[in-house]
Structure formats: structure tokens, C-alpha cells
Design a protein. Structure first.
Length: 161
């Protein structure tokens, strides 16, 4: 018996998560997308994992650039999350009107984020409808002042004081 995708989606909505934007720049192209499938997997060496849909434009840029950025969004960045989650189509400039900065790799980071991880791609694994990208963190910055942007059951939530 196979589990249907809608049942899995409804079930996974019960998992509260932070919100990130994964970005990449290859030549004169840059793109990014909202990603909640993100985790730290090793401290030595410093490695993180992001899961992206097989056909995602950002995934293609990561493959070409061999680097990617992860911006952990802060409370109040819901509209930015929505923009990069597809409210602005892949064919348009999702960065229009959004301030960015760079660290070592040249990947863009969303200003105002809670934290930035600059990553060099070290491995990619195909898994069903997604690919897992493992990056070695080559630089990182964090602002411990703001609260994180949280997502649960198809809506943004506040962290209790």
C-alpha cells in the first residue's frame, strides 16, 4: 500500500519549522526560493543540508555555481518569504526591491535575515521528487536580536515571549 501525496502533505503540516531562503548566483543569473527543508548535519566539518525540488531553478544554479547561500528569516519577513515561495514566478526577478549582501562566495543573502550561511556544494543526492544538497559552511553570520520567522500548518506563527 502506497501513501498518497495529499496525506503526507497534511501530516507534514504538523511539523513547525523555521523559514529560509536558499540563493545562488551563476554568472549573471541569480535566483532564490523559500525552503523549510534545511538542517545542520555536522559541526566538523561544518555541513548543512537543503532539499530542493528536482526541477527548481535554484537547484540548477547551485549545480552551476557550486556555491549557495542560506538566509534564515527573521520575524516580520513574511512577505519576503512569500515572494520567494512563488508569488513572483521563476521567470521574473524575485530580488526586485529586495536588499541583499554577500559574504565569500558571491551568493546573495537577504538583508534583515536572522542568520546567513555561505556554503560550498560538496554533495548532491537524488531522492524521489527532490534533491538533497549538502554544503560546507565557509562563512556564517548571526544576529541574535530578532526572533525567527516560524511556519506551521500553512501559516506564519510567533514565538512566545
Amino acid at each position: 500500500m502506497s501513501l498518497d501525496a495529499d496525506t503526507l502533505r497534511r501530516t507534514m503540516r504538523q511539523w513547525a519549522t523555521g523559514v529560509t531562503i536558499v540563493t545562488a548566483r551563476a554568472d549573471d543569473q541569480l535566483h532564490g526560493m523559500t525552503v523549510s527543508s534545511f538542517t545542520s548535519i555536522s559541526l566538523e566539518p561544518p555541513l548543512v543540508l537543503v532539499s530542493l525540488a528536482n526541477n527548481a531553478r535554484t537547484a540548477d544554479l547551485i549545480r552551476r555555481a557550486r556555491f549557495f547561500g542560506v538566509t534564515i528569516l527573521a520575524e516580520g519577513q513574511q512577505e519576503t518569504s512569500n515572494t520567494f515561495a512563488g508569488r513572483v514566478p521563476d521567470s521574473e526577478d524575485r530580488f526586485a526591491g529586495i536588499e541583499t549582501e554577500v559574504l565569500q562566495s558571491g551568493a546573495p543573502f537577504i538583508k534583515g535575515g536572522l542568520a546567513y550561511l555561505d556554503c560550498r556544494l560538496v554533495a548532491e543526492y537524488a531522492t524521489g521528487t527532490s534533491n538533497l544538497f549538502i554544503g560546507e559552511v565557509i562563512d556564517a553570520q548571526a544576529d541574535e536580536g530578532p526572533k525567527p520567522l516560524l511556519y506551521f500548518n500553512r501559516d506564519y506563527k510567533d514565538l512566545c515571549p
